[in-house]
Design a protein around this ligand. Structure first.
Ligand code: PHE
Length: 341
């Protein structure tokens, strides 16, 4: 009988149930009415009196140990299942839809413009936002007294030598000419900075995309055709362009490019101020002085350059009337471009 009791004590100690039902089965087998303990109690009645003391103590020990162990195992199992249901949540609840973010309209338009020009063989070039005088002005044929060099237009960081925030991404074109020989065909997207009062049509930080194409025999007609292709791709099949004479220090001749107003179809409306045309960019044939400043032979090579404001193109494309909306990141505004992906 003593062996039997010790064997049960060992079982109680080693028992490790995986589920509550297993524990309950074990409890019934040991402590139940018709369980092992009661059977031993029955047997105990007929043991010899000199053995009663020792066996009685062992039986009590078994009873207490089994009761304690079963209670603590029960608690363990309960804690484990509570933890599990807290971490996996209510699996029967209907799922809630995750709202996906959308691309910023400026990114959408920039990506589209880059994509259109990459089809024409342009690659993307990059450059720093903090620049020196040479890359932003001098290498681009700006005369020393040009008003763009004025504090009123340019954010200077240091004077003599001048370190400044680039006012246009033409600086990337200079950096490209420094490290690459013609043929050059690059598109330069980036942030630019001008010391302007913030209004519905101007901001001190905005985005530009400029392009540069230099090779032997590049003509004004090549430029016009490339920009017409661009305008049709971005504003639609029926878009026309016109060019008006203009002036930039780094191009000669220079022109301002207008597209036919896509809102009124060229008849004249409030957006195009009755003219039927919308100004979208500046362009021109690269001035021989710029080629010379960058060690490119103007007798052998010619090229064209163009530059546009991404905010302006996006305003015209999406009918946005206030440029400041692009910088405020109001989700009610941004969500309107969910579908534009
Ligand atoms: N850099 C000019 C600007 O910022 C745009 C431009 C680029 C004009 C290239 C002509 C040629 O306004």
């Amino acid at each position: 009988m003593i062996d039997k009791i010790n064997e049960l004590l060992r079982q109680v100690e080693e028992f490790k149930p995986k589920a509550a039902s297993e524990l309950e089965e074990f409890r019934i087998r040991i402590l139940g009415k018709k369980g092992e303990l009661n059977a031993l109690m029955e047997e105990f009645k007929s043991v010899a009196p000199e053995l009663k003391r020792q066996l009685g103590q062992q039986l009590n020990l078994l009873k207490n140990k089994a009761t304690e162990r079963i209670a603590s195992l029960r608690e363990e199992l309960q804690n484990a299942s509570a933890e599990q249901s807290a971490s996996s949540g209510d699996l029967t609840r209907p799922g809630s839809a995750e709202h996906l973010g959308s691309r910023h309209p400026i990114s959408l338009v920039r990506n589209q413009i880059v994509e259109v020009f990459s089809r024409l063989g342009y690659t993307v070039a990059d450059g720093p936002e903090i620049e020196d005088d040479w890359h932003v002005f001098s290498a681009l044929n700006f005369p020393p007294e040009h008003p763009a060099r004025d504090m009123q237009d340019t954010f200077f960081i240091e004077k003599d030598p001048d370190i400044l925030l680039r006012t246009h991404t033409s600086s990337i074109q200079v950096r490209t000419m420094e490290r690459q020989r013609p043929p050059i065909r690059v598109i330069c997207p980036g942030r630019v900075f001008r010391n302007e009062a913030i209004s519905y049509r101007a901001h001190c930080i905005f985005h530009q995309i400029e392009g540069l194409y230099i090779d032997e025999g590049v003509s004004f007609a090549d430029m016009k055709q490339s920009l017409l292709y661009f305008a049709k791709e971005v504003f639609g099949e029926h878009t026309a362009i016109r060019m008006r004479p203009s002036y930039f220090p780094f191009t000669e001749p220079s022109a301002e490019v207008d597209v036919s107003c896509n809102l009124c179809g060229g008849k004249g409306c409030a957006v195009c101020k009755g003219t039927g045309w919308l100004e979208i960019m500046g362009c021109g044939m690269v001035d021989p002085n710029v080629l010379k400043a960058n060690n490119i032979d103007p007798e052998k090579y010619s090229g064209f350059a163009f530059g546009m404001g991404v905010e302006r193109i996006a305003m015209l494309k999406y009918g946005v009337k206030d440029l400041r909306l692009y910088f405020e990141n109001d989700v009610r505004f941004l969500h309107q471009f969910d579908q534009a992906l």
